[in-house]
Design a protein around this ligand. Structure first.
Ligand SMILES: *Cc1c(COP(=O)(O)O)cnc(C)c1O
Length: 223
């Protein structure tokens, strides 16, 4: 698929413009609505990291035995009644948006399990995430004493806007929180700042993103 090498080149250019190294930014292929065969095609080209936003869809399309090294993260809102199922389906959950959900996940676990905490950076009703920095840090502190759940970093979704400065502000807010969390909890070795999608990944990279989540630009428009 030509799309993959094109995106890699665009990421590299965006990294270069911001004085950053492409190796410090991982590329997630957001494969929601795509059939499993498309994931396998990309995997054959060397793409290992995938993102899905619905538990039911992932359960329906992903086989239990996936090829070596393929990782699938949940990036959509998780309802607590699907928490247990999500833990068996996904290698990581990037969209943990409440302490209560974290507690429920922990209850079902007996092994280390990585998560990201999602910060809500806009008022859009459709968006999930911790409402503000303090709430997220409070949860982070609580989770840091859990036996199994391991917080790796923070995710946010850029606002629905064509105003660049609004998007940048949201990413800046997320990055500032990420740095504050790293300072407050050095022992956690937080290493993931997931932000940036097809329309705003260059701004996200300029603001320090270490993981971009690309869907339409990789697979074409979703139907
Ligand atoms: C769909 C989705 C993406 C990818 O969006 P595109 O604009 O298609 O790149 C990224 N992150 C989340 C949380 C999503 O739901």
């Amino acid at each position: 698929m030509a799309a993959l090498s094109l995106i890699r080149r665009e990421l590299e250019e965006a990294a270069g413009r911001s004085g950053r190294l492409i190796d410090d930014i991982s590329l997630m292929a957001v494969s929601k609505t795509q059939p499993y065969e498309r994931l396998l095609d990309l995997y054959d080209e060397g793409q290992l990291l995938f993102g899905e936003n619905r538990v039911q869809e992932a359960a329906d399309k992903l086989p239990d035995d996936r090829p070596e090294g393929m990782k699938v993260h949940l990036i959509g809102h998780l309802q607590s009644n699907k928490a247990k199922r999500a833990l068996t389906l996904f290698d990581q959950i990037d969209s943990v948006d409440s302490l209560r959900l974290a507690q429920i996940l922990e209850k079902h676990l007996d092994r280390p399990y990585p998560i990201l905490l999602q910060l809500k950076t806009s008022d859009e009703a459709s968006k999930h995430g911790f409402a503000d920095e303090d709430e997220l840090l409070f949860a982070l502190e609580a989770i840091s004493s859990f036996r199994c759940l391991t917080v790796k970093g923070i995710m946010s979704i850029g606002p629905l806007t064509s105003e660049e400065f609004v998007t940048r502000k949201a990413f800046e807010q997320t990055r500032n929180l990420y740095h504050r969390a790293q300072e407050l909890f050095p022992e956690l070795n937080l290493d993931t700042l997931s932000m940036g999608m097809s329309g705003d990944f260059a701004l996200a990279i300029a603001e320090g993103s270490t993981m971009v989540r690309i869907g339409t630009r990789m697979f074409g428009a979703r139907t």
